[in-house]
Design a binder for this molecule. Structure first.
Ligand SMILES: Nc1ncnc2c1ncn2[C@@H]1O[C@H](COP(=O)(O)OP(=O)(O)O)[C@@H](O)[C@H]1O
Ligand SMILES: [Mg+2]
Length: 241
């Protein structure tokens, strides 16, 4: 039987080489099928935490995926299991064409080139980017780039999606489209954002982060109703939430 706890973080501490203490003892757990919002003002430590979840930053054995510390996972397997979508899609896309970018993960996992291509095209269709396969990633619009960045991760068929600021810099239509797309994906998710309306639409549970610590965790309705808690950490409840 598989472990119902997909991901566990226990007292994670991390300082950047600059001396910035970005994580000051973070603990959280994510169950199978759960969507967790990680909310907090700029600089709270959200992105730094997410970089630990698929082993990009590692070394303290504080993060376990399916019970195994990330340090003990083969790197490729971990990155295929925990798919991280970066805050800036430009950090995710580095090949000359969209198709090559989305095929990259599957090829790395050992698929033959024809299988990898088929999987990439099918994932691109799934995110509504089927027409972009031959385009240069860096010439896409912000919304298109977000879809393609998500596709590069989905192409590895991860069990857990970790998504950093999915709607940043999108217009209202692009934002709605990404929210609908994320809602349609069956995987467990951790979504870092300060868009509390998105949190209300997509998430089951919420962790409030500030100054490198998690200050509260609870069901989405409970946390979003707590105006005092949100204001204390530089956030504001959605108007009709
Ligand atoms: N690459 C980096 N090098 C040094 N310090 C960083 C780096 N990335 C983030 N920080 C610092 O870590 C702290 C947390 O930042 P970050 O994780 O980006 O917060 P958030 O994603 O919540 O806005 C900030 O003080 C930030 O300046
Ligand atoms: Mg961030």
């Amino acid at each position: 039987m598989s472990d119902p706890v997909l991901l566990e973080v226990a007292d994670l501490r991390f300082g950047w080489p600059s001396g910035e203490e970005a994580l000051r003892g973070v603990s959280l757990a994510l169950a199978e099928g759960e969507t967790l919002a990680l909310i907090g003002r700029n600089g709270a430590g959200k992105s730094t935490l997410l970089l630990h979840l698929n082993g990009i930053l590692h070394g303290t054995r504080a993060v376990r995926v399916r019970g195994t510390p990330v340090e003990d996972w083969p790197a490729d397997e971990l990155r295929a299991t925990v798919g991280l979508v970066f805050e800036d899609p430009r950090d995710q896309l580095f090949m000359p064409t969209v198709l090559e970018d989305v095929s990259f993960g599957p090829l790395n996992l050992g698929l033959r080139s024809e299988q990898a291509r088929e999987r990439a095209l099918s994932v691109l269709a799934g995110v509504g980017a089927e027409g972009l396969a031959d385009r240069a990633p860096h010439h896409l619009s912000a919304g298109q780039m977000r879809r393609v960045a998500l596709a590069t991760v989905l192409a590895m068929e991860p069990e857990l999606l970790v998504i950093d600021e999915p709607v940043m810099a999108l217009d209202p239509e692009g934002r709605e489209a990404i929210i609908a797309l994320l809602a349609s994906l069956p995987q467990a998710k951790i979504i870092a954002t300060h868009d509390l309306a998105l949190v209300g639409e997509l998430c089951d549970t919420v962790a409030v982060m500030d100054a490198g610590r998690i200050h509260a965790t609870g069901p989405v309705g409970e946390i979003l109703r707590d105006g005092g808690l949100l204001r204390a950490h530089g956030l504001r409840a959605p108007r009709n939430g």
